[in-house]
Each structure stands twice: as C-alpha cells, then as structure tokens.
Design a protein around this ligand. Structure first.
Ligand code: HEC
Ligand code: HEC
Length: 309
C-alpha cells in the first residue's frame, strides 16, 4: 500500500536525520597527543590567568569582594533570552566542585566546552573565547585553582532553559558552526606587544563576549568586533571600545589607569558588569594591561550603533 510505503520512507528519513544529528553533535575533545603534551602547571603563573579570565565574575557569589572572590561555589544566575544559566561550583571540593577532575578534563572544558562525562557545556561559559588559550596557560590556571578554598555545597541556582535550548546535545551543532580558535580580527604589522594584548583580550580576557554584537544564534559577530552591543542587564548599551568609539580619544596611559582604578579620563567611575572585570584587571601586571591597551588602539575601528535601542 502506498500509504505504508510513504510511512516507511518517512521512518527511514527520520532515522537518517536522527543519526545525522547524533554524528554531527558528537563531542570532539582534545586529541590524546595534545593532552599528552600538556605541561605540568605552575600555580604562581596561573594566578594572573585566573584574573584575566574573570572566573570569579561568574563563579563567586554575586557582590563578592576581596578574598571572597576566591570562593568559587557558584550561585549567580545569568538571565538570557534562552533561559537562565547558573554557573556551577568549580572549587576544588571533590564532591560539590571539580576537585576530582583531571587536568585533561579541565583542558577539555576550557578549550572544547566538554564536561568529563563527554557532555557539551553551554557557551554561556565563555569557552568560545577560552578556546584561543594556550594549553600551558590552561595547565597553570588548573594548578592555581587547586590552591583555592573547597566549597562543600552545590550551587544554589540551577540552569533552566527553554525548549529546544534545554537539549544539551544540540550545543554540538552550535559548536560546529561557531567554535573557532582563530584570531577574531587581523591586525597588520602587529608588534609583539599588540599580539600579546590580542591573545589576552580575545582568549582568556573574553572582552568580545560583552563588547561585540551577537547573531541570531547568540554567537559573536566578528565583522563588528568590539563595536558595542545591547546590554543584557537591560539598561543602555555596552560601549564600542574600538578606536571608532569614545575610547578613540584616550591615551594608552588613560586606558591603563582605567583598568587599574576604574576611573575614565573624565573621572567617571566604571559601572555595570565592567565593575567586576575592572577589579580583575587591576590584579594584572602593568605590562599585560599596557598590552591590552595597545591591542584596543590597533583593532579595526567600528562605528557605534545609534543611541536608540
Ligand atoms: C560569563 C560567565 C562565566 C565566566 C566568566 C566563567 N564561567 Fe565557567 N561556567 C559558566 C556557566 C554558565 C557554566 C555552566 C555551563 C553549562 O551548564 O553547560 C560554567 C561551567 C564551567 C565549568 C564546567 C563545570 C562542570 O561542573 O561541568 C568549568 C570547569 C568552568 N566553568 C570553569 C571556568 C573557569 C576556569 C573560568 C575562568 C577562566 C570560568 N569558568 C569563567 C559561566 C562562566
Ligand atoms: C561582563 C561583560 C564585560 C566584559 C567581559 C568586558 N567588559 Fe568592558 N565594559 C562592560 C560594560 C557594561 C561597560 C560600561 C561600563 C559603564 O557603564 O561604566 C564596559 C566598559 C569598558 C570600557 C570603557 C569604555 C568607555 O567608553 O567608557 C573599556 C575601555 C572596556 N570596557 C574594556 C574592556 C576590556 C579590555 C575587556 C576585556 C579584558 C572588557 N572590557 C571586558 C562590560 C564588559
């Protein structure tokens, strides 16, 4: 019967589509050779990676100051159009945190967005930037994180997303399309200092995650790199930080002073989600801050979006 035949074909097509989805969304971790070449970490070097990486901004309690920023028990909620993301406990507690992970598990999470069970992690964890990090820096960061206090509690908040975003496997398709460890922009004749700043800003510093507009799928639009973006917290816009925006008038010294103190050249204090970022940047050595400033002065200028939102 024709109907049965059609149904039969539809079932076959469904299986093929399902198998295709399954294959396309398969987690692809770091290769065994890469992991074998992972150097032992140096905790002292890892401290500055921790601060430029901004881990405390999401994994420490909201409003945490001073030493409380080293308590990575989770508990915040990041509200987005896809639903609420809850950064988990990543303290060295073996039961409630990630204390029983291996260095390889950690490298796969930072560079490939894959958890130890092979599950895809959501890119609200900014591994789309961290994927540009050097393996040695990831090893140093891991060594440093072992020195932080274990927090023996599960994070209070839980991730809660709308369908279809609640299907973790689907993140595999997002990664196929958007996970890319090449530089976000090309800078002609970049000095070693600018290249260092590019690495810090596009990799661990993940500046583009807030300062660059996103496409329909929530991936940053590198053609408008650092051009400014709507503020997910609701009010106003996150500023354009290319030479085409207001910071085009700042000197390198103004920029470094802003990172160290939170004051811009008009002596206005930094606000919003940049407060945590600035407190983290203030922990970095001066030459790293100078490199980030030199990079921002060298990125392709972008026009700011009109003020209306
Ligand atoms: C913008 C917020 C944000 C920042 C910054 C951030 N994370 Fe996360 N992180 C998250 C979220 C959200 C998740 C949960 C992702 C998920 O559920 O798939 C997560 C998950 C993780 C996981 C997986 C934990 C698990 O139990 O599966 C690790 C490891 C991790 N982050 C480490 C870090 C480190 C190290 C840094 C700093 C270099 C960092 N994160 C910075 C938001 C963030
Ligand atoms: C979590 C989101 C977030 C991240 C990550 C982030 N910023 Fe910002 N940034 C902001 C917001 C929001 C503002 C506006 C602050 C205000 O209103 O005072 C801002 C402001 C700034 C300014 C001042 C611009 C002006 O016109 O006054 C500079 C410079 C800046 N950011 C540089 C950086 C650099 C460099 C990085 C990466 C190391 C970075 N930001 C990462 C959210 C972020």
């Amino acid at each position: 019967m024709l109907v049965l035949r059609i149904l039969g074909w539809l079932a076959v097509l469904g299986l093929v589509a399902g198998a295709g989805f399954w294959v396309l969304t398969m987690p692809r971790g770091l290769s065994a050779e890469t992991l074998a070449a992972m150097p032992p970490g140096d905790a002292a070097r890892g401290e500055s990676i921790f601060w430029v990486g901004g881990c405390a901004s999401c994994h420490a309690a909201a409003g945490a100051k001073e030493n409380d920023r080293l308590k990575l028990g989770g508990g915040r909620v990041l509200a987005t159009e896809f639903g609420n993301f809850a950064p988990p406990n990543i303290s060295p507690d073996p039961e409630h945190g990630i204390g029983n992970w291996t260095a390889a598990d950690f490298a796969n999470s930072m560079l490939k967005g894959i958890g130890p069970g092979g599950e895809h992690l959501y890119p609200a964890f900014p591994y789309a930037s961290y994927t540009r990090m050097e393996l040695g820096d990831v090893a140093d960061l891991w060594a440093y994180m072992q020195t932080l206090p274990p927090i023996p509690e599960t994070a209070a908040a839980q991730t809660d997303l709308r369908f279809p975003f609640n299907i973790r496997r689907g993140v595999g398709l997002w990664k196929l399309a958007f996970l890319d460890d090449s530089p976000a922009v090309t800078i002609a004749d970049a000095s070693p200092e600018v290249l260092r700043g590019q690495y810090l800003s596009e990799g661990p510093g993940h500046c583009g995650e807030c300062h660059t507009p996103r496409n329909f799928a929530g991936a940053v639009d590198t053609s408008r790199w650092l051009a400014g973006a709507p503020n997910p917290e609701g009010k106003g816009r996150i500023p354009n930080i290319t030479p085409g925006g207001p910071v085009g008038d700042w000197s390198l010294a103004d920029m470094v002073y802003f990172y160290q103190t939170g004051f811009d050249p008009d002596f206005d204090a930094v606000g919003g989600s940049m407060v945590d970022v600035q407190e983290n940047l203030a922990m970095l050595p001066d030459d790293d801050l100078h490199a980030i400033a030199a990079y921002l002065a060298a990125v392709p200028p972008q026009a700011s979006a009109p003020a209306a939102r």
